[in-house]
Design a binder for this molecule. Structure first.
Ligand code: SF4
Length: 498
């Protein structure tokens, strides 16, 4: 019998080949990225905090690490002796191994509780909960109720975190009871497949991007898919799969007359005929709508699952940095301003509140008139609205900014300006190097917002490893590149109006 844990069971439910790889092709496993490791660490921290809702429990795995046999024995002993709450309660049946986050006994009921570091209920949570329930039931420890314990997205921190308010319990007993037969059948099917040790013949499909997340083995299974494939089609979605299922793998093979969006058509023509597209009238209208002085603005944010600052919610985007380039008139020298919070200020309440420092500096840096250009406005607009909610006395200032925001993403997203080198994306990371190759992000140590956010959050949480002075410089360089890049994009748009 092969031991199949909850995560392996979920892998098998996504794809049998993935389950096979998990056991027999560890060499194919992609390295854990800094961002993924940060998510695992946050999940662990959330699990520990959730235990405070059911305090004074005993941890079956503590001091045993991965020695599941001992954890199972300890759980059984504690159940016999009537322990009310057991963390990581461990059970095994027919090769299925379950370590339940919290097993709790009220005076009348047995509750099984799985903790999730998310504010939303995702489909695969039901698969994994059904598996846990199945194993417990077969071990003779049938829960009366099964709960998912997840983050309450409307919880607003005020002072110390209150775990009883931070978490929500959702009873999913009825849903997972309906999955019990299927769960047992799947476990048997997975065992049969694994015992054979043969790689199952499974083609790529929508399951590769589905539950629980994009498969980590895509680099292997998808290696026959060429560059500029139908999966690179701009916002391709179902259309990409429909082409693939018809035997069309490359964008260059898409026949004339297919129903495509304007941006997709530009991409197809770019690949087939190396054809650029410039809508001079649309670009001119966009440029003429802007008013000097021009402000090119970008926030960087962290979005901690457990709120750190007062007046923030789980996963709220909290700005820690901005970059601002200012162009007072055509051909005037560009002025740069930047703000980068001190990570220590996230852990001290009061006048050092980093968002207040940011807002106060922004009031000095940004004048009362002129267009404020951002790249993908919903992000900056969302952050500004959250700041307004937290600091009502800045409402007029923030409303003034919101009323002047112009989205520089639009001319590229709407296909007013397209170069084949932009490929499938209207992201600034692709548009900028296509128009100005010397402004690539490739030479930066920090070259994407997720990494910037992860490193800053690590520093705030006291788990950053490395030289912070160096990383501080890299953060400034990264954010500055975004707004300087926007200046360059604006200048390129202006050239098209001449
Ligand atoms: S990439 Fe797709 S086919 Fe390959 S293991 Fe993952 S889900 Fe299965």
């Amino acid at each position: 019998m092969i031991t199949i844990s909850k995560s392996k069971f979920v892998a098998g439910s996504q794809c049998l080949k993935k389950l096979h790889f998990e056991f027999y092709r560890k060499d194919l496993k992609a390295e854990v990225t800094t961002e993924q490791q940060a998510r695992f660490d946050a999940g662990h921290e959330i699990g520990k905090l959730a235990q405070q809702v059911f305090p004074n429990g005993k941890d079956a795995t503590e001091a045993f690490g991965d020695n599941w046999g001992l954890a199972i024995k300890r759980t059984a002993d504690w159940l016999t002796s009537g322990i009310e709450t057991i963390y990581e309660a461990s059970f095994s049946h027919s090769g299925g191994f379950a370590a339940l986050d919290i097993l709790h006994h009220t005076p009348t009921e047995r509750w099984a509780i799985e903790v999730k570091s998310s504010a939303e209920l995702k489909d695969y949570y039901f698969t994994d909960a059904a598996f846990q329930y199945w194993v417990l039931d077969k071990c003779g420890v049938k829960p009366d109720r099964f709960f998912l314990m997840h983050l309450n997205k409307s919880y607003t921190k005020s002072g110390n975190i209150n775990p009883n308010e931070l978490f929500v319990l959702t009873d999913i007993t009825d849903q997972i009871l309906q999955l019990q037969e299927e769960t047992g059948n799947n476990l048997e099917r997975f065992q049969t497949m694994l015992i054979k040790q043969e790689e199952p013949s499974i083609s790529i499909g929508k399951h590769c991007n589905a539950m629980p997340y994009e498969c980590t083995y895509k680099h292997h299974c998808w290696k026959h898919i060429p560059e500029n494939s139908v999966f690179d089609l701009y916002n391709g979605g179902k259309k990409s799969w429909s082409f693939f299922e018809k035997g069309i793998t490359q964008i260059a093979e898409i026949p004339e007359g297919e129903s495509l969006s304007k941006r997709q058509e530009l991409q197809v023509n770019g690949i087939k005929f190396n054809q650029a597209y410039k809508d001079k009238e649309g670009i001119t209208n966009f440029v003429n709508s802007l008013k000097y002085p021009l402000y090119f603005f970008d926030f960087e944010t962290i979005a901690p699952a457990i709120p750190i600052l007062d007046e923030t919610r789980p996963f709220e985007k909290v700005p820690f940095q901005y970059s601002l380039h200012i162009l007072t008139a055509p051909n005037a020298p560009v002025v740069h301003k930047a703000f980068l919070a001190n990570p220590d200020d996230f852990n001290t309440a009061g006048s050092t509140e980093p968002r207040l420092q940011l807002l106060n500096q922004l009031m000095n840096d940004i004048g009362p008139d002129g267009s404020i250009l951002v790249y993908y406005a919903p992000f900056e607009v969302g952050v500004l609205n959250q700041l307004k909610r937290a600091f009502p006395k800045y409402t007029d200032f923030i409303n003034g900014i919101l009323s002047r925001i112009v989205d520089l993403h639009e001319p590229f997203n709407k296909g007013l300006f397209y170069l084949p080198a932009m490929g499938k994306s209207a992201s600034i990371k692709d548009v900028l190097p296509a128009l100005a190759p010397e402004f690539s992000y490739a030479n930066l140590e920090i070259n994407n917002g997720n990494l910037a956010s992860t490193l800053f959050l690590e520093k705030v949480r006291g788990i950053f490893i490395g030289n912070w002075n160096t990383t501080h410089r890299h953060l400034l360089d990264y954010c500055e590149r975004d707004t300087l890049g926007m200046v360059v994009l604006y200048e390129k748009l202006c050239e098209e109006t001449e």
